[in-house]
Design a protein around this ligand. Structure first.
Ligand code: APR
Ligand code: ZN
Ligand code: ZN
Length: 348
């Protein structure tokens, strides 16, 4: 399917953060992407020009590209419970129809753009269903996080789990997405939020975001779900896997209380990964769900999330540990891989 020029939006990217999913592609663990590829999917910029059929966006507008689009007419867009538009880049039918049709080329070679956003570039072009106009005063070097990590984590607590006030939550993985889950659990009124990570250096920031306790699986000689069961009299109300590791997904499921516990899968596992677990964990009343982009209908909700940030409903500034000029992007990836950063924002 060729992108029609009538419906495109061409914009300059002024700020973009590095997410673990970009690094998954660098490592080759997401096998369905085609190389060479422009990575990056957590960005914000200013529109230069639009196709003649684009009505809601104009040159000069501030925008955030959307890796989950919202066409507004497919079965998912029309279903109030779903945000997974048919035009997404994840579903198998779309992957196979994508063939070698790319917007970008370099010296005659096709170059893909990751998740149809590809924000590690000065200028990009996307379809109008994949871009949201945001508030004219929004600080792009902060709200770029709403393009992925923040919204994904925050929404998985608010929309997918629908965390209830007074509940107990366990968050496995304290990177930028996991910390955003914690912010969501806190805003939703959870009374206990337990952070789990094997890097103890992540604990201080997790507590700043709202974790009430943090534990390191390396400190125990028994499975972490047993530790959590002891801490919570039988298991947590909600558990979140925010790493992308199938063994941890199973731990998260086992950590939730039988009869009513809910587990949300947020982390992106390698393409070849398969899960295997005792089905009686579900039979005994647990629920396991996945959350993509935190369940937000992207084009509708991203502008609102930007306003919520500007109105101080939540603070995402604490997720930004480093700011670098765009040309130091490799340094940003090193910080992520060494476990030293939460989010590095690259600016022009
Ligand atoms: N047990 C405990 N903690 C772990 C484990 C493990 N087996 N493996 C990794 N971690 C911790 C890391 O120490 C790190 O703090 O999980 C955290 C993951 O954070 P980041 O690498 O910063 O990743 P983030 O950007 O938050 O993304 C998390 O969500 O969107 C997806 O693709 C993304 O799968 C990734 C996940
Ligand atoms: Zn991401
Ligand atoms: Zn749709």
């Amino acid at each position: 399917m060729k992108t029609s020029l009538f419906f495109v939006c061409f914009f300059q990217i002024l700020a973009t953060a590095i997410c673990r999913s970009d690094e998954h592609v660098l490592r080759g663990s997401l096998s369905d992407v085609k190389y060479p590829i422009i990575l990056g999917h957590e960005g914000a910029g200013i529109v230069e020009s639009v196709g003649s059929s684009v009505t809601d966006i104009k040159p000069g507008d501030k925008v955030i590209p959307l890796f989950v689009p919202q066409c507004g007419t497919c079965r998912c867009c029309l279903n109030p419970e779903s945000n997974f538009c048919y035009k997404n880049v994840f579903s198998y039918s779309n992957r196979s129809s994508k063939s070698d049709d790319t917007i970008f080329t370099c010296n005659g070679t096709s170059v893909s753009n990751f998740l149809d956003t590809g924000t590690f570039t000065e200028y990009t072009v996307v379809e109008d269903i994949s871009v949201a106009k945001i508030h004219k005063d929004a600080p792009l070097d902060k709200v770029c996080l709403i393009g992925c990590g923040f919204s994904t984590g925050y929404g998985s607590a608010m929309n997918t789990a629908k965390v209830k006030p007074g509940s107990t939550c366990a968050v496995f993985g304290l990177g930028g997405v996991g910390l955003s889950v914690i912010i969501g659990c806190k805003v939703a009124g959870a009374s206990r939020i337990i952070g789990i990570d094997f890097n103890t250096n992540k604990f201080a920031k997790a507590k700043e975001c709202g974790a009430t306790e943090c534990i390191n699986p390396k400190d125990y000689d028994r499975p972490i779900h047993e530790v959590l069961a002891e801490m919570t009299e039988g298991g947590v109300d909600y558990s979140f896997e925010v790493i992308g590791n199938t063994e941890v997904m199973e731990s998260a499921l086992t950590s939730s209380h039988f009869g009513y516990g809910t587990t949300i899968i947020v982390g992106v596992a390698p393409s070849s990964a398969k899960m295997s677990f005792d089905p009686s964990l579900l039979l005994t009343g647990r629920t396991m769900k996945g959350s993509i982009f935190g369940g937000w209908k992207s084009k509708d909700h991203v502008p609102k999330l930007v306003c919520d940030y500007m109105n101080k409903k939540f603070n995402l500034d604490m997720l930004i540990t480093h700011k670098l000029p765009f040309e130091k992007i490799n340094e940003g990836f090193k910080l992520l891989c060494n476990g030293e950063s939460i989010r590095t924002v690259l600016t022009l």
